[in-house]
Ligand binder design. Structure first.
Ligand SMILES: Nc1nc2c(ncn2[C@@H]2O[C@H](COP(=O)(O)OP(=O)(O)OP(=O)(O)O)[C@@H](O)[C@H]2O)c(=O)[nH]1
Ligand SMILES: [Mg+2]
Length: 581
C-alpha cells in the first residue's frame, strides 16, 4: 500500500496516544489533557490529499483507479471527467454538488479514509476553472500529480496550468507519463529526457517523472492474472515507492506528527510529574505509617513496664500470705497436735485456700484497679497523639474511631480486675492444699489413736508386773510398748514432715506461676488495646498498599510509553532527514 511506512508510524502513534489517554483518565489529571489527546488522535486521521491534473483523455481517472486498485472514478461509466470530483470516504455512496464545477463524492472505500482524491477535468476543457484548482486544491494537496499522455505530452494547457501553480507548491508536484504501453521503451526515455529539459528551461527545476501504464496496473490489481509481470511492466512499483517516500518524508506531515508528539510528551511529562508527586506523597504516608507502628510497639512496652510493679507486689503479697500459712500449719502439723486431735480435732485446714486468696485479693484489687487506670490513661493519651499524626501525616480522619467512650473503659476496668481475680483464684485452687492435707490429718489422727489405745495400755500393763516384782516381764512389756510407741511417733512425724514439705514446695512453686500468668495476661490485655489501633489503621494501610500496586503498574505504563515515544521520535527524525535529502 502507498505510504505504508507512514501509516505504520501513524498507527503506532495512535496506539501510544490511546495508552496515554488511558493513563490520563487513570491519573484523573487535568481535564484538558483528555481533550488534548482526543484532538491529537483525531488529527492523526487527517487524510492525504492527492490532486490529479492533466489534459483531456490522458488517463487521469484511470491512473487514480489503478493507483488505489479501486474503480472509484468509474472511468467506464463516465469516461469524461466534466467537473472537479472530490472523493472522500462515506458509509454509503453519495454525491453532493458543491458548485456547478465541483462535486463531492462519498464512497465506502477503505483507502478513502486515508486519502482524499481530487480528480479534475482536462486542463484544455476548463480553461476558466484553472483558478479554482490552483487556488483551492493545490495548496491543500500533499501530492499534485500531473498526468501526460505518452502519446502526446506536449499539449499546451497542462504546461500553462503548471505556470499558474505557485512555486511554493511545486515541491509537491510529480509528473506521470501515462499510457506508456503505447510507446516503445526507447521512445519513453527520449520523451522523459525532453520533458526534464523543458522543465529546467521553463521552471528552473525538475519534477520527478514516472512513465506508467495505468491500464496494466489496473489489470494487475483487478484481475490478479499475471499480476507480477503486469505490475512490473506498468512502472507503478517505482512510482509508488516514490510516493510512499515522499508522503513519509513530507515536511508538513512530519512536522505535524512531530508537533503532535511534542504535545503528547508534554501531557506525558505532566502525568509523570503528578505520578512523582503522588509517589512521594505515598512514601511520606508510608513513613508515617511505619513511625506509628514503631510508636505502637514502644508505647505497648512502656505501658506494660508501668504496671509490671503491680505483678511484683501481688507476688510479694502471695509470698507473705504463704509464709503466714506455713507458720500456722507448722504449729498444727506436729505429732503432739496429732495426739491431741484424737480426743478433739482442733487442727483446722478447711478454708485455708480461701484465706490465702483473701489475703492476696484485698490489696491486689486496689492495685489492679490502679493498673487499669494507668492503662486507660496511656491509651487515651496515645489515641490523642495518634489522632494528630493520622490527621496531619496520613490525611485521614479517624479520631472518633480511636476514642472509646466512658462505658468502654468501665467495662474494660471491670473485666481486667475480674480476670486478675479469677486467675489468682484459679492458681490458689489448683494448689489443692486442702485436698492434700485432709488425708494427712486423717492418717496422723489414726496413728495417734493407735498410740493412745494400743501403746498406752501396754505401758500401763507393765505396772502390773512391776507391782509383783516381776522385773524381767516389766522390762519386756515396757520395751515392747516403748518400741511400738516410738515407731508410731516416728511414722507420724515423718508423715507430717512430708506433708509440711509438700505444702512448702507447692506454695513456693505458686509464686513464679502467678508471676508468669499475671504477666502473660497483662501483656495480652495491653497488647490487645494497642492492637485495636492497628485495626483502625488497617483500611488506610490496605489503601496505601493498593495505591502502591496501582502506582507500580502506572509507572510501568509510563515507562513503556516513554520508550514508544522515543522510538516514534527517532523514526520521525529519520523520516524528516530522508525528506530533506
Ligand atoms: N493504452 C492505454 N490506455 C489507457 C491508459 N489509461 C487510460 N487509458 C485510456 O484512455 C482513455 C481516457 O482515460 P481516462 O482515464 O478517462 O482519462 P481522463 O484523463 O480521466 O479523461 P477526462 O476525464 O476526459 O479528462 C480511456 O479510454 C482509457 O481506457 C493506459 O495506461 N494505457
Ligand atoms: Mg477523467
Amino acid at each position: 500500500m502507498i505510504g505504508q511506512d507512514y501509516f505504520d508510524l501513524r498507527s503506532q502513534f495512535g496506539k501510544s496516544l490511546l495508552s496515554l489517554n488511558g493513563l490520563v483518565s487513570d491519573a484523573a489529571s487535568d481535564p484538558d489533557h483528555a481533550i488534548i489527546i482526543q484532538n491529537l488522535i483525531n488529527s492523526l486521521k487527517d487524510p492525504f490529499v492527492f490532486v490529479v491534473v492533466g489534459e483531456v483523455n490522458v488517463g487521469k481517472s484511470t491512473f487514480l483507479n489503478a493507483l488505489f486498485g479501486s474503480d472509484i472514478t468509474r472511468t467506464g461509466i463516465m469516461p469524461t471527467t466534466d467537473k472537479i470530483y472530490f472523493f472522500k470516504h462515506g458509509l454509503t455512496e453519495r454525491r453532493v454538488a458543491i458548485t456547478k464545477t465541483l462535486e463531492e463524492v462519498y464512497v465506502p472505500s477503505e483507502f478513502l479514509k486515508d486519502f482524499h482524491i481530487v480528480d479534475t477535468p482536462g486542463t484544455n476543457s476548463i480553461e476558466g476553472d484553472h483558478q479554482e484548482i490552483t487556488e483551492r486544491f493545490v495548496p491543500m494537496a500533499d501530492l499534485v500529480i500531473f498526468v501526460f499522455s505518452a502519446m502526446n505530452p506536449w499539449g499546451a494547457s497542462a504546461w500553462q496550468f503548471l505556470d499558474k501553480v505557485h512555486r511554493h507548491w511545486m515541491r509537491n508536484v510529480i509528473f506521470v507519463l501515462q499510457q506508456s504501453d503505447l510507446r516503445m521503451p526507447g521512445e519513453l526515455d527520449a520523451i522523459v529526457e525532453y520533458m526534464k529539459q523543458l522543465c529546467r528551461q521553463r521552471f528552473g527545476r525538475e519534477f520527478p517523472i514516472y512513465a506508467v501504464s495505468a491500464k496494466k496496473a489496473y489489470l494487475a490489481r483487478s484481475s490478479g492474472l499475471d499480476r507480477e509481470r503486469l505490475l512490473a511492466e506498468s512502472g507503478f512499483n517505482h512510482l509508488e515507492t516514490h510516493i510512499s517516500r515522499s508522503l513519509g518524508g513530507s515536511a508538513t506531515r512530519v512536522s505535524k506528527l512531530s508537533n503532535a508528539l511534542r504535545i503528547a510528551w508534554d501531557v506525558l511529562s505532566s502525568i509523570q510529574n503528578q505520578a512523582e508527586a503522588r509517589k512521594s506523597n505515598r512514601e511520606e504516608k508510608g513513613r508515617v505509617m511505619r513511625h506509628i507502628e514503631q510508636q505502637l510497639d514502644t508505647h505497648d512496652a512502656r505501658t506494660l513496664m508501668k504496671i509490671t510493679p503491680a505483678i511484683e507486689m501481688t507476688g510479694a503479697d502471695l509470698h507473705q500470705a504463704s509464709e503466714e500459712l506455713i507458720t500456722r500449719l507448722h504449729a498444727q502439723l506436729t505429732p503432739v497436735a496429732a495426739l491431741s486431735s484424737v480426743l478433739k480435732e482442733r487442727r483446722e485446714i478447711n478454708g485455708i485456700e480461701a484465706q490465702l486468696q483473701d489475703q492476696v485479693r484485698t490489696p491486689s484489687f486496689y492495685r489492679w484497679d490502679r493498673a487499669a487506670a494507668i492503662i486507660e490513661d496511656d491509651i487515651i493519651r496515645f489515641a490523642e497523639y495518634l489522632g494528630d499524626v493520622v490527621t496531619q501525616g496520613l490525611k485521614v480522619q479517624i479520631r472518633d474511631e480511636l476514642r472509646p467512650d466512658e462505658s468502654f473503659w468501665k467495662a474494660q476496668r471491670r473485666r481486667f480486675t475480674q480476670r486478675m481475680d479469677q486467675m489468682l483464684h484459679q492458681i490458689v485452687s489448683d494448689l489443692k492444699l486442702e485436698a492434700d492435707l485432709k488425708p494427712l490429718l486423717l492418717k496422723t489422727r489414726r496413728l495417734a489413736a493407735a498410740q493412745w489405745f494400743l501403746v498406752l495400755p501396754i505401758l500401763l500393763s507393765g505396772c502390773y508386773f512391776a507391782g509383783r516384782g516381776a522385773w524381767n516381764s516389766f522390762i519386756e512389756v515396757e520395751a515392747v510398748g516403748g518400741i511400738l510407741g516410738s515407731a508410731l511417733w516416728i511414722a507420724s512425724s515423718m508423715m507430717l514432715k512430708r506433708g509440711r514439705l509438700n505444702i512448702l514446695q507447692k506454695l513456693a512453686g505458686a509464686l513464679p506461676d502467678i508471676r508468669s500468668h499475671l504477666s502473660a495476661q497483662l501483656r495480652d490485655d495491653v497488647h490487645n488495646l494497642y492492637e485495636s489501633f492497628r485495626r483502625v489503621l488497617d483500611p488506610t494501610r490496605i489503601k496505601l498498599v493498593e495505591q502502591e500496586r496501582r502506582q507500580t503498574s502506572f509507572n510501568e505504563q509510563i515507562s513503556t510509553l516513554v520508550k514508544s515515544f522515543q522510538a516514534l521520535d527517532a523514526r520521525l527524525k529519520s523520516m524528516a532527514a530522508a525528506g530533506d535529502t
